[in-house]
Design a protein around this ligand. Structure first.
Ligand code: FES
Length: 93
Protein backbone atom coordinates (compact mmCIF):
# COMPACT_ATOMS: atom_id res chain seq x y z
CA UNK A 1 0.00 0.00 0.00
CA UNK A 2 1.17 3.52 -0.58
CA UNK A 3 0.23 7.08 0.10
CA UNK A 4 0.82 10.46 -1.39
CA UNK A 5 2.76 13.37 -0.08
CA UNK A 6 2.13 16.82 -1.49
CA UNK A 7 5.09 19.01 -0.55
CA UNK A 8 4.26 22.69 -0.91
CA UNK A 9 6.38 24.16 -3.71
CA UNK A 10 7.96 20.79 -4.60
CA UNK A 11 5.19 18.65 -6.09
CA UNK A 12 3.49 15.34 -5.29
CA UNK A 13 5.34 12.17 -4.25
CA UNK A 14 4.03 8.61 -4.25
CA UNK A 15 5.32 7.12 -1.02
CA UNK A 16 5.27 3.49 0.18
CA UNK A 17 3.44 3.06 3.47
CA UNK A 18 5.84 3.24 6.42
CA UNK A 19 8.27 5.62 4.71
CA UNK A 20 9.29 8.62 6.76
CA UNK A 21 8.75 12.06 5.31
CA UNK A 22 12.52 12.58 5.45
CA UNK A 23 13.19 9.40 3.45
CA UNK A 24 10.52 10.31 0.91
CA UNK A 25 11.90 13.81 0.43
CA UNK A 26 15.51 12.64 0.21
CA UNK A 27 14.56 10.02 -2.41
CA UNK A 28 12.74 12.65 -4.46
CA UNK A 29 15.37 15.37 -4.16
CA UNK A 30 13.18 17.59 -2.02
CA UNK A 31 15.49 19.67 0.20
CA UNK A 32 14.33 18.62 3.67
CA UNK A 33 17.19 19.25 6.08
CA UNK A 34 18.51 16.76 8.64
CA UNK A 35 21.06 18.09 11.10
CA UNK A 36 20.92 15.08 13.45
CA UNK A 37 20.75 12.31 10.90
CA UNK A 38 17.10 11.56 11.57
CA UNK A 39 17.17 10.68 15.28
CA UNK A 40 14.77 13.29 16.72
CA UNK A 41 17.64 15.44 17.89
CA UNK A 42 17.03 18.67 15.98
CA UNK A 43 14.18 20.44 14.25
CA UNK A 44 15.73 20.85 10.81
CA UNK A 45 13.30 18.32 9.33
CA UNK A 46 10.23 19.99 10.78
CA UNK A 47 7.17 20.30 8.57
CA UNK A 48 3.78 21.94 8.85
CA UNK A 49 0.84 19.70 8.01
CA UNK A 50 -1.56 21.68 5.85
CA UNK A 51 -4.07 18.86 5.29
CA UNK A 52 -4.41 15.11 5.60
CA UNK A 53 -2.98 14.58 9.08
CA UNK A 54 -4.80 11.23 9.19
CA UNK A 55 -2.56 10.02 6.34
CA UNK A 56 0.38 10.26 8.75
CA UNK A 57 1.44 8.22 11.77
CA UNK A 58 0.51 9.55 15.22
CA UNK A 59 2.80 12.12 16.82
CA UNK A 60 5.52 10.58 19.00
CA UNK A 61 6.56 11.89 22.41
CA UNK A 62 10.11 12.32 21.03
CA UNK A 63 8.84 14.96 18.58
CA UNK A 64 7.11 17.20 21.08
CA UNK A 65 10.16 19.18 22.37
CA UNK A 66 10.90 20.31 18.82
CA UNK A 67 7.41 21.43 17.83
CA UNK A 68 5.98 24.89 18.46
CA UNK A 69 2.48 24.27 17.12
CA UNK A 70 -0.04 21.44 16.92
CA UNK A 71 0.17 21.21 13.13
CA UNK A 72 3.92 20.55 13.07
CA UNK A 73 5.74 17.21 12.81
CA UNK A 74 9.31 16.01 12.56
CA UNK A 75 9.85 14.61 9.09
CA UNK A 76 12.27 11.93 10.29
CA UNK A 77 9.80 10.52 12.84
CA UNK A 78 6.56 10.81 10.92
CA UNK A 79 5.59 8.10 8.39
CA UNK A 80 2.99 7.93 5.68
CA UNK A 81 0.23 5.44 6.55
CA UNK A 82 -1.97 5.81 3.45
CA UNK A 83 -4.05 8.51 1.82
CA UNK A 84 -2.77 11.95 0.96
CA UNK A 85 -0.99 14.40 3.23
CA UNK A 86 -0.15 17.98 2.26
CA UNK A 87 2.87 19.43 4.03
CA UNK A 88 5.16 22.44 3.89
CA UNK A 89 8.82 22.42 4.92
CA UNK A 90 9.08 24.42 8.16
CA UNK A 91 12.55 23.98 9.68
CA UNK A 92 13.15 25.56 13.08
CA UNK A 93 16.07 27.82 13.88
S1 FES B 1 16.46 15.19 11.24
FE1 FES B 1 16.84 15.92 13.20
S2 FES B 1 14.94 15.67 14.17
FE2 FES B 1 14.58 14.95 12.20
Amino acid sequence: MSGRLVVEGHGTLDVPEGTTLLEACEDAGVPMESDCGGCAGCNACRVRVIAGADALSPRLDEEVPFLDQDDQRLGCQCTVVGGTAHIALDPGL
